[in-house]
Design a protein around this ligand. Structure first.
Ligand SMILES: Cc1ncc(COP(=O)(O)O)c(C=O)c1O
Length: 385
């Protein structure tokens, strides 16, 4: 008797079955990351050391020395698995944000946490509300669950919270908000976000979870910052996500965290891989969190670089959206693909954002002063030729 489920062909070989994934998985367009330096060097025969990468919103200062030292100190222990609960990092975060450790989930970058939220809360057919031009991972995380995209038209390139509230329907389970948003750089002040959270909770209770993604929070002017961690105590349906990839300079290590009340934290933990944040990342994040000097330097460098870019765009009469992150989106027109190619030929990688529905725009990450200047010089020369 044939014990297997394979159908057999006349000559007794298993018949080839088409490899099948759910249709919503087949429909995913894979995430397009910024072009790596090594790839551009190979493509154009360039010296990798001469290439300037302003494409992935990384910190141009490189990792903090404090994090480098913390990693060196634990090398001997790397034969063992990391602490699955990230006890020390959570303790440091709990003290910093004045929340219980039990309200913190660590992630392999904050992307991981966005995915975990979608995994924990969504099933096929559930609705997810997010804005047009919002961070592209919201689309991917929704699609990967077979959930329904409820994409709300942007208002001046930013989130239209009133329209997003109206868009919540009976099947909506999740709302994603990026503040500041990537790639547009737009920002919503505290009172607007808080009013939205209040309205969602009063109207929909815990049926609808709001993920407030604050990957660029540390780049905000001090007078624009607000205590979103304290909202987690107020709103049982809120998840705040933050990352060490941007202002803390640890993008390559992949570490982020989410703050939420125990019920949501418990759900995130159920779908989290036990060792999702490696030992080096945990040690580096603890050191970086305590490194106020590095954070301040990151902030100042970014403010100066952003001002330089925005000033150049004004001089070149190119429209741009004033940015609250570590990048600026500039409208170079329908020639954007050609301009991008010419920048690549000159060894400068920026980010075309046609895939975000912005085909005339490029997104430029703020780099070191000489990198920003090299980009401005190259763009000026390309536009005048
Ligand atoms: C708005 C936003 N959220 C989250 C992330 C995820 O960053 P990471 O996974 O490195 O923490 C990014 C990265 O670019 C981002 O722009």
């Amino acid at each position: 008797m044939n014990q297997t489920n394979h159908r057999t062909s006349p000559i007794g070989q298993p018949e080839q079955q088409p490899f099948r994934a759910p249709s919503y998985i087949e429909a995913i367009a894979p995430y397009q990351a910024g072009k790596p330096i090594s790839e551009l060097a190979r493509e154009f025969g360039l010296d990798p050391d001469s290439i300037i990468k302003l494409a992935s919103n990384e910190n141009p200062l490189g990792i903090p020395d404090s994090a480098r030292q913390a990693m060196a100190d634990i090398l001997d222990g790397l034969g063992r698995y990391p602490d699955p609960n990230g006890f020390e990092l959570k303790a440091a975060l709990a003290a910093r944000y004045r929340v219980p450790s039990a309200w913190i989930t660590l992630g392999n970058g904050s992307n991981d946490l966005l995915e975990l939220a979608s995994m924990a809360l969504l099933g096929p057919g559930d609705g997810v509300v997010y804005s047009q031009y919002a961070f592209t991972v919201y689309h991917l995380a929704t699609q990967a669950r077979g959930a329904r995209h409820i994409v709300v038209p942007a208002h001046e390139y930013g989130h239209d919270l009133d329209a997003m509230f109206q868009a919540i329907d009976t099947d909506t389970r999740l709302v994603f908000i990026a503040n500041p948003n990537n790639p547009t750089g737009t920002f919503l002040p505290a009172d607007r976000i808080e009013a939205f959270l209040d309205r969602v909770q009063r109207t929909h209770g815990e049926r609808v979870t709001v993920v407030l993604d604050e990957a660029y929070n540390e780049y905000l002017d001090p007078d624009l910052r607000f205590d979103s961690a304290s909202w987690v105590g107020q709103f049982a349906n809120l998840i705040v996500t933050r990352t060490f990839s941007k202002a803390y300079g640890l993008a390559g290590l992949r570490v982020g965290f989410a703050l939420a009340q125990p019920r949501l934290t418990d759900l995130l933990n159920r779908v989290r891989q036990p060792f999702n944040v490696n030992s080096l990342a945990q040690a580096a994040a603890i050191a970086a969190l305590a490194d106020a000097d590095y954070l301040q330097q990151s902030y100042e460098l970014n403010q100066e670089g952003k001002a330089l870019l925005e000033q150049a765009f004004t001089q070149l009469q190119l429209p741009y959206v004033p940015s609250y992150g570590n990048f600026v989106m500039v409208q170079v027109g329908e020639d954007a693909p050609r301009i991008n190619t010419e920048l690549l030929q000159r060894g400068i990688i920026v980010r075309p954002i046609a895939g975000d529905g912005l085909p005339e725009w490029l997104r430029i990450t703020v780099g070191l002063p000489h990198e920003n200047q090299a980009f401005i010089d190259a763009l000026t020369s390309i536009l005048s030729s």
